[in-house]
Design a protein around this ligand. Structure first.
Ligand code: SAH
Length: 367
């Protein structure tokens, strides 16, 4: 199935990107969440290294991602009928922004669970904005917390990582869903999809990968091997896209199990012009299908940029592809056994073209 991904697929896609104070940053999200840390406010850089969500910087970046934050705001403010008199659980509340939206939309009570030191700020923010009677901030891990109520009507969370699954916070949402959500309860967002396309990227591949072959006259190819294995999180210009965009995997967050986040999916990318292919690019969309009108956002190269950018997987071979020819293969995504927050990706691809015949398997690790 191909996917042209027009941003207008979702209600108010335009509104979510208006006045976009483009939030670009080179800051990499730290994969380590909620590691043991001391609770004093005199934190050192080492503390932040192990617990980046305790620092306001990462929350600033997320809040300034208006595609992300405005979509959640629209979902809540434009669908008040969902929230009226409902008990809401905010999984990984951060600054408490989603809880505040829900409280303002008329939720009966909101439980905001946050494991990092930012929970203390969320508590203060809730108080400063007069919502202490509606929002209860609970500091701790979702997996360890005692919720004061047996059940909730709605679970809301912004759990998505790079390549959708990096950081693996989805497991935490599924854990909360299975433990506390009423049987007819809703999960927001309730749909996430992963997509794949192929790009021309000679300049950047030269700069990021081939660079290691000759560094001031020295051969550092051993590092090239490592750089090939590491998916690159960066923005891709839509003019670089050579093929269609293929839906790789669709996840129903209300029904799936954590095992469904590991999968093998086939793909077929058909060239839309004669060009060279240097890399495959993965990105995700999320949707809130229970809204009055379909709402969501895409992190694809044809949509307004978000802080998730796209994930670029460089190919060992440069593929010379003619219009109408196709790259076929499979992508296998699995949680790393040693560190479940990391993901291992196996890519099998082949091109049987007039000017190029290639078949190869490549391994990537996101960490
Ligand atoms: N909801 C906020 C923050 C999203 S980032 C917003 O939309 O701006 C995800 C947050 O979840 C981080 O602050 C992180 O510390 C928290 N988190 C991740 N895993 C968690 C867990 N297992 N238990 C509690 N909080 C968690």
């Amino acid at each position: 199935m191909t996917d042209a991904m027009p941003p207008s697929k979702f209600e108010d896609a335009d509104e979510t990107i208006e006045e976009a104070a483009t939030a670009t940053s080179n800051m990499e999200e730290d994969s380590a969440m909620c590691e043991p840390h001391d609770s004093s406010t005199d934190k050192t850089s080492a503390d932040y290294y192990f617990d980046s969500y305790s620092h306001f910087g990462i929350h600033e970046e997320m809040l300034k991602d208006v595609v992300r934050t405005k979509t959640y705001q629209n979902v809540i403010y434009k669908n008040k009928f969902l929230f009226k008199d409902k008990i809401v659980l905010d999984v990984g509340a951060g600054t408490g922004i989603l809880s505040l939206f829900c409280a303002k939309a008329g939720a009966k009570h909101v439980y905001a669970i946050e494991c990092s030191q930012m929970a203390d700020m969320a508590q203060e923010i809730v108080k400063a904005n007069g919502f202490s009677n509606v929002i209860t901030v609970l500091k701790g891990k979702v997996e360890e917390i005692d919720l004061p109520v047996p059940q909730v009507d709605i679970i809301i969370s912004e759990w998505m990582g790079y390549f959708l699954l990096y950081e693996n916070m989805l497991n935490t949402v599924l854990y909360a869903r299975d433990k506390w959500l009423v049987s007819d309860g809703i999960v927001l967002p309730d749909n996430a999809t992963l997509h794949l396309t192929a790009i021309e990227d000679s300049e950047y591949k030269e700069d990021k990968i081939e660079f290691w072959k000759n560094v001031y006259g020295f051969d550092m190819s051993c590092i090239r091997k490592q750089s090939m294995m590491e998916p690159l999180v960066d923005t891709v210009d839509q003019n670089q896209i050579v093929t269609n965009c293929q839906l790789l995997k669709s996840m129903n967050i209300s029904k799936m199990t954590s095992g469904d986040a590991s999968f093998t999916a086939p793909f077929k990318l058909v060239a839309e012009r004669d060009d060279y292919i240097h890399a495959l690019v993965a990105y995700f969309d999320v949707a809130f299908t229970v809204c009055h009108k379909m709402t969501g956002f895409s992190t694809g190269p044809r949509s307004k940029n978000t802080h998730w950018k796209q994930t670029v997987l460089y190919l060992e071979d440069v593929l010379t592809i003619c219009q109408g020819e196709f790259v076929v293969g499979t992508m296998t995504v699995t949680q790393n056994k040693k560190n479940p927050r990391d993901i291992d990706i196996t890519l099998k691809y082949s091109l049987n073209g007039r000017r190029c015949n290639v078949s190869r398997t490549q391994e990537y690790k996101m960490r």
